[in-house]
Design a protein around this ligand. Structure first.
Ligand SMILES: [Mn+2]
Length: 318
């Protein structure tokens, strides 16, 4: 682990900086990436700062990427935000620069990078970027920077709903409000769904299998996506929907990919599910993880494991 001071010293050393984050980015990935890029640009206008990766259709309002060439990677500092594992980095040329820094809030199972800063108690990577800026006499927290970071915090905390929201999270968000960031506009934007997504949310309740333990499973296979005219991205966007049900404590959404495997989203309001995710080619936070199931049988097997986890949790009398 490195200190903020060491990371900032590295940032000052490089004229060219490429900032990356994970594939299928969420608002925290984009917000931490764009927030860090913007503070570096505004503080050090002579540096060339590039935002890499692929654009995400539904989140273009928040941030868009720039083209990063092989030449750009030469002698560049590469900083990766919000990304636990190297295979998930959106741009696998991440190691082609001169120096690599990891800044993240997921469990540090893959401690990559020449320097790294990981704080698993932070609500979001955007909160860490705010702390990084706060630690420095030079890096500026402008309204534009705060806009990105606020969106990231709101995204990862479900608008301050999830338990990762701490007193510190609120203090950081308060600083953004003091700068005049239009938080209501961001909150509304993040709450927006298309009619198709709203219908899918309703549909999720129809297809949700709820076990008496409080474990639940929704399977969205390719046939269903075709029938409803949904993209992968749209199917992935309704992960939090079952969590509103009184009857549900922990749940999984299985979204089938074109190759037939399933992207597994696992969420929980108590029982710890990231160890199970690790057993299935995934990982993440104790209460929010991702994994992969090679077929429907593995999906069903994971549901059995989830039931066991929730049952054990219930027996402890929580
Ligand atoms: Mn995050």
């Amino acid at each position: 682990m490195n200190s903020f001071a060491e990371i900032i010293a590295t940032i000052k050393k490089y004229d060219k900086i490429i900032i990356l984050r994970h594939q299928n980015p969420d608002p925290d990935a984009l917000g931490s990436q764009a927030g860090l890029a913007t503070t570096i640009r505004q503080t050090f206008p002579n540096k060339k700062v590039l935002i890499g990766g692929n654009n995400t259709e539904g989140l273009k309002w928040l941030s868009t990427v720039q083209e990063v060439t092989d030449e750009d990677y030469k002698d560049a500092l590469v900083i990766v935000t919000d990304t636990a594992n190297q295979p998930r980095i959106d741009d696998q040329r991440f190691d082609d620069g001169a120096f690599l820094i990891k800044i993240d809030h997921h469990p540090n199972d893959d401690a990559y990078g020449d320097q790294l800063f990981v704080n698993i108690d932070a609500s979001s990577c955007s909160e860490i970027i705010a702390d990084l800026i706060d630690s420095s006499d030079e890096l500026q927290l402008t309204k534009e920077v705060a806009y990105y970071l606020y969106a990231g915090i709101v995204g990862d905390t479900g608008r301050f709903l999830y338990p990762a929201t701490t007193e510190h999270t609120m203090c950081v968000a308060g600083k953004f409000i003091a700068l005049g960031v239009d938080t209501a506009a961001i909150n509304n934007k993040m709450n927006e769904v298309t009619l198709k997504q709203a219908k899918l949310q309703g549909f999720i309740y129809d297809i949700l299998q709820i076990d008496e333990s409080g474990a639940a499973l929704a399977v969205i296979d390719l046939d269903l996506m075709k029938k409803l005219g949904l993209t992968q991205e749209q199917a992935n966007s309704v992960v939090s929907t079952p969590g509103r049900l009184m009857e549900v404590r922990s749940w999984m959404e299985a979204v089938q990919k074109d190759d037939g495997t399933f992207r597994m989203h696992i969420r929980s309001q108590g029982p710890v599910i990231n160890e199970m995710a690790k057993e299935h080619d995934g990982g993440g936070h104790p209460l929010a993880s991702g994994a992969t199931a090679k077929d429907l049988d593995e999906v069903k097997q994971m549901f059995e494991e989830l039931k066991d986890i929730v049952n054990q949790y219930n027996q402890k009398g929580e």
